[in-house]
Design a binder for this molecule. Structure first.
Ligand code: CUA
Length: 194
């Protein structure tokens, strides 16, 4: 046998069957410990991370939810923005926001530092609720009513972006949330010029 010829019938030449070097064992141990840390973080983050939905969840008929949204709009509508109703529910109330291809209805006008229960659902397919520029993301699934307890902490004019691909108009599916200071004069009107 010369060094140049080698077939699968012969044992390979090398040192892989010899005990691993100490430094290799150390690195394997470090990698293993790190795996365990990450593994433990999954349940730990679930309990301690403060990232879980703050509310309730139940099954709902998509049509019934949409109907409820329309009633909510009729009850608290204060204006329109390019045909989209602007709704200003009183603090503490239940709000209904429906995602459908390809819009979020209605526009919500909320008061800063007041708590509301935001009910989210979809009329048709999965949508993704993403409040821009805040770091708030939520899956919106047809057939499920997600009631999230929300308290706006900042005055502003926010956008809801759909972050779940839902069809040909996915990229134009943009909604709007307006947060006003309830103690100031800004609460009186919602312009349709923006
Ligand atoms: Cu709705 Cu993408």
């Amino acid at each position: 046998m010369t060094p140049e010829t080698h077939t699968g019938l012969e044992s390979p030449r090398g040192v892989w069957w010899k005990p691993a070097h100490k430094s290799e064992k150390v690195w394997v141990a470090i990698a293993f410990v790190w795996c365990m840390v990450l593994f433990a973080m999954m349940p730990l983050w679930h309990l301690k991370g403060g990232q879980n939905p703050s509310g309730i969840r139940r099954k709902v008929d998509p049509q019934a939810f949409y109907q409820r949204t329309q009633e909510f709009i009729a009850q608290y509508k204060i204006g329109e923005d390019r045909g989209m109703p602007i709704v200003a529910p009183p603090p503490g109330s239940d709000m209904y926001l429906t995602g459908l291809a390809f819009q979020w209805t209605p526009i919500l006008q909320l008061e800063k530092d007041k708590e509301y229960v935001l009910h989210l659902s979809s009329l048709d397919v999965n949508h993704g609720f993403s409040l821009y520029p805040m770091n708030v993301n939520f899956q919106v699934v047809p057939g499920y009513d997600y009631g999230l307890r929300v308290t706006p902490t900042e005055v502003g004019d926010f956008r809801i972006i759909c972050n779940e691909f839902c069809g040909i108009g996915h990229h134009i599916m943009v909604g709007r949330v307006i947060v006003v200071d309830g103690t100031a004069e800004t609460a009186v009107s919602a312009g349709g010029d923006r």
